[in-house]
Design a protein around this ligand. Structure first.
Ligand SMILES: C[S@@+](CC[C@H](N)C(=O)[O-])C[C@H]1O[C@@H](n2cnc3c(N)ncnc32)[C@H](O)[C@@H]1O
Length: 325
């Protein structure tokens, strides 16, 4: 994905999704990812400057603040940057009475950080920085960090549960989008439901060979989706698509074919964007060899990886926890 495609895709994601964090897939409270951020909060001192890279809607900042408040510490100063285009004032508002301690800079690529040299005591990132790691980015991070500054990143791990889920979801989107598959069959059946706007058509449709065959094909594709959902450990998307088809047919019956087709096209587009993000996620995830390369690059700029651990949740890897100082 190039820079503009990635920017547009994430801007669209944050605008359209109610989910606040990319970590929402990891539900258990006992997650070592939570511990990683709790530990980070403990290291941060009052009035430190903290920079959260690829911040999204500021989930890491929110977590660090809540840990600091829980320990009755005075808050540090937080800055979040992200490539996507969001209104920083809206996100800052989310932080309510602490908003004076928090600022966001959107539309900012992390290879070109708009800050003076040696500004930050801490640099953090959760499931973000790995999308953009290259020499320029590493140089920038080291430039804006104070000499004794520390960076703590939670990144995607090649063997993580999230990667396994992403791979399955991609397969599910491919199944739904196959030529002549579930979405194509939905499209063919929409005009049939649209005719039912006029109840007098019901009898005719029951005898119409084209309508009968469209219904049979749709039922057969639905069955494939049901079978796949039964086999999958992450069936949500498939189940959602099955219930989405019922919504679309209802729209066709009430508002007509064109409104129903628009709804289907926009849903399918969203899934395609989601697939691109998941491919990007898989490509960006890191293994041990990637970490060694990363370490070598940081050494060039006077820093190095001082800690790396596999963060787990219920025994499954969810991320790398990396510390650079
Ligand atoms: C998976 S989300 C993580 C967001 C947030 N850290 C969280 O945990 O909720 C990845 C974020 O990285 C941002 N991103 C990707 N490439 C970037 C880049 N080169 N510079 C800045 N942000 C980038 C995206 O816009 C997106 O908001």
């Amino acid at each position: 994905m190039n820079k503009i495609e990635r920017q547009n895709n994430w801007t669209n994601y944050w605008k359209n999704n109610s989910v606040d964090s990319c970590r929402d897939g990891i539900k258990a409270k006992a997650s070592q990812l939570e511990n990683f951020w709790a530990e980070t909060a403990e290291m941060i001192k009052n009035n430190d400057q903290v920079l959260d890279l690829c911040t999204g809607k500021g989930d890491v900042i929110q977590q660090l603040i809540s840990y600091q408040l829980g320990e009755d510490k005075a808050l540090a100063h937080y800055t979040g940057v992200d490539l996507s285009d969001m209104d920083s004032r809206v996100i800052e508002k989310k932080f309510g009475s602490y908003k004076d301690k928090v600022r966001f800079k959107y539309g900012t690529h992390i290879s070109d950080l708009p800050f003076e040299e040696k500004t930050f005591e801490f640099v953090t990132s959760q499931f973000g920085i790995e999308y953009a790691f290259n020499e320029n980015v590493i140089k920038e991070i080291c430039r804006v960090m104070k000499s004794k500054g520390i960076a703590r990143f939670a990144t995607h791990h090649k063997e993580s549960a999230l990667i396994k889920v992403a791979k399955q979801e991609i397969q599910h989107i491919d199944l739904l989008s196959e030529k002549g598959g579930f979405f194509d069959c939905m499209k063919s059946l929409i005009p049939v439901f649209a005719k039912l706007r006029n109840p007098a058509n019901a009898k005719k449709i029951n005898k119409d060979q084209k309508a009968i065959s469209a219904r049979e094909q749709f039922n057969s594709e639905s069955q494939k989706v049901i079978t796949q959902a039964e086999k999958s450990s992450v069936p949500d998307l498939l189940q959602e698509s099955l219930s989405f088809s019922r919504q679309v047919f209802d729209i066709a019956k009430i508002k007509g074919a064109s409104a129903a087709k628009d709804k289907l096209i926009s849903y399918h587009n969203e899934l395609n964007l989601s697939k691109e993000r998941m491919i990007d996620l898989i490509d960006s995830s890191l293994d041990k060899v990637d970490l060694e390369k990363l370490d070598k690059s940081f050494v060039t700029y006077g820093k190095k990886i001082t800690k790396k651990e596999e963060l787990k949740n219920d025994g499954e890897i969810v991320a790398w926890g990396i510390e650079i100082s």
